[in-house]
Design a protein around this ligand. Structure first.
Ligand SMILES: O=C(O)[C@H](O)[C@@H](O)[C@H](O)[C@H](O)COP(=O)(O)O
Length: 256
């Protein structure tokens, strides 16, 4: 498990551009090393800004998008195409723009999908899809080169919310009911699954995130503050704008 490191950018725009540039380089490096790459996407405003920024980068064409697997860390359990779905946002901002192989795009199930309007069945179905792509020696999950997370004002990541029963679920994918942030029904990777990613990037912008970011980096407990429980295998990188970084503990400020 990696120690957290922090990079701070002047404003949300520059943050999105910097994360987009990192993402392109990360995909290129993974393809150079393994012949393919995999990314786990998240929802939210800053993630959408990152996806749009990727499409603006000339270097995006250096990535072989047909050899990129796209997964999701969480999803709002709504009908396919609903504008509130993380998938819908990611498709509009990035996935419809770059030449991905549709078979390598792995959205979490929609509420009108084949599993029906049953989030537990949807979570189990996604767990099976992940297991089918699992790397040799790991029966349940594929290799994730990079997993991106937004951070909520309450410190939630993906759809793992503070003090929620999802914390007691050791399966890789969980159904979430009663989410404090609408919509109430969701599916999410659990923290143990998130923490199998080679790199995890937590991306946050805005003063309303400063408290949660500061507490997570100061070592809060993961049940109270889920972002505190995130650790990538080789890297845990917090990518912040200045407003979100005001409470970062001084010992982690070296990258500012
Ligand atoms: O499904 C969701 O609600 C999102 O995935 C959520 O976890 C988001 O990533 C954070 O709330 C940060 O969102 P912002 O970047 O919009 O603040």
């Amino acid at each position: 498990m990696s120690e957290a490191s922090v990079a701070v950018h002047a404003d949300p725009d520059l943050l999105a551009q910097a994360v987009a540039a990192r993402l392109v380089v990360k995909l290129l490096d993974a393809q150079a090393e393994r012949g393919q790459a995999s990314v786990v996407l998240t929802g939210g405003r800053i993630a959408a800004a990152v996806y749009r920024a990727v499409t603006q980068l000339p270097a995006r064409d250096a990535v072989d998008w047909s050899r990129v697997d796209v997964w999701w860390g969480d999803e709002r359990f709504l009908p396919a195409g609903d504008p509130e779905r993380n998938e819908t946002q990611a498709r509009a901002a990035l996935l419809d723009v770059v030449p991905l192989d549709p078979a390598r795009i792995h959205p979490m199930p929609a509420s009108d999908g084949p599993a029906g309007n049953d989030p537990e069945a949807a979570a189990a179905g996604y767990a099976q899809e992940l297991a089918r792509a699992a790397r040799p020696g790991n029966a349940t999950l594929p290799h994730f080169d990079v997993l991106m997370l937004g951070v909520g004002e309450d410190g939630h990541v993906a759809s793992v919310f503070p003090e929620h029963p999802v914390h007691h679920d050791n399966r890789p994918v969980s159904a979430v009911r009663g989410s404090p942030k609408p919509p109430p029904v969701r599916t999410t990777l659990t923290l143990p699954a998130i923490n199998t990613a080679e790199e995890v990037w937590l991306v946050a912008a805005g003063a309303d995130k400063a408290r949660a970011v500061g507490m997570a980096l100061a070592g809060a407990g993961p049940v109270r503050l889920p972002a505190a429980g995130v650790r990538g295998v080789s890297r845990t990188l917090w990518l912040l704008d200045r407003a979100a970084a005001t409470d970062v503990p001084p010992r982690l400020r070296s990258l500012r």
